[in-house]
Design a protein around this ligand. Sequence first.
Ligand SMILES: Cc1ncc(COP(=O)(O)O)c(C=O)c1O
Length: 442
Amino acid sequence: MSDTDSLQTRDARAVVHGLTDLSLHAKRGASVIQSGKGVWVRDIHGRDYIEAMSGLWCIALGYGNERLADVAQRQMKELAYYPLTNHKSHPPVIALAEKLLAMAPVPMARIWFASTGSEANDCAARLAWYFWNAVGQPEKRKFISHRLAYHGNTIASASLSGVSYAHDKFNLPLPGFLHVATPHFTRHAQPGETEEAFSDRLIADIERLIAAEGAHTIAAFFAEPVMAAGGIVVPPARYYEQLQHLLKKHDILLVCDEVVTAFGRTGKMFGSTTMHLRPDLLVCAKALSSAYIPISALMIGPRVYEAIERQSGELGLFGLTMTYSGHPVASAVALETLKIYEELRIVEHVQQIGPRLLDGLMHLRDHPLVKEVRGIGLLAGVELTPGRGRECARVAEEEGLIVRAIGDTIAFCPPLIISEDEVQELLRRFARALDRVYATGR
Ligand SMILES: Cc1ncc(COP(=O)(O)O)c(C=O)c1O
């Protein structure tokens, strides 16, 4: 048995993998990645791949960023850890919170930190409950989110998620987590329906649901500005405009889950800006540290924060705490990441390079396997004829391109720093994969 074989076998014997068929994994073993530089990763056999999914939608600055590694090392030496409990703080978390408040797409009052997107969404749900108790409406406890939305995998965030794999056999969702139609026009429009009529129909359905449940029982609506793991869904502009009117009318909080969309992904610094959303709470993670270290942030709007502060004063304590909330090393890395985005003018770069990717994929629309191409910024989905997604992702990997099959849709979410040449190489590899899959299926 060679060294490389033994790594694959050792993995299969020791590690549990998410979003993986575990019984198949026991037989086939892992694809073990050894190193990365920029948009490229190399496996233990020395094969190079373009990481067109940024890992899990996250390594925005690409691999091998020395500045981030140096900042982490410096902070570990200076102050490796300190809690934020009992009035304690430290310089990196203060600077990061100030920076995020200054960048926020709408005025925000304070930042709560956690380690992952799931935790931050969980905390958003907890804060919504805490808020409604503070303002004397304790019955406002239910949440609404979209079918196919992905909000994470803690018990609350998995309940918010609208994907069956997060629920089935896990006894989820919990009661009080309601799901409404995915605002995916091309998939769910009725024959002859315009985008406007489609949006109006979905909004009317949500209004009926709110009436049936009672607006006095609904705490918040969770929405991704652009749905990522749901298959790259850009809702029609009218849909979010109408949704916000509805939420305002019924005094329901809007939580924007920007775990994927924050920090340039959609061609604006925040997806909320791209989609004209004005959230009461905003969750970000992933690109916050370019995935170099786990950290997530929950931006809290003034109305919610004032009530939280007052209630915690009455109780003598704000009872939410996490050991790693505002971890100094993670805070320092995130702060440096945000600095690098500014220096690289990352938003302008995405505005320039995003259309290259999307136009290139659009050119493949005539391919017999392609049903639809959609996307925004550096986020794209190519929907294939039914049943070909997984096979296409596998063949793409053989062509040196890592993408993700979400059902029949191939998702692209490359590092934000991807260059023009790398986009062209990505497109060539994907086109070859499509041709090969088509040739084998004929
Ligand atoms: C939109 C969205 N929200 C939340 C999460 C959960 O984040 P994490 O995996 O860091 O818990 C994800 C993860 O992919 C996501 O895409």
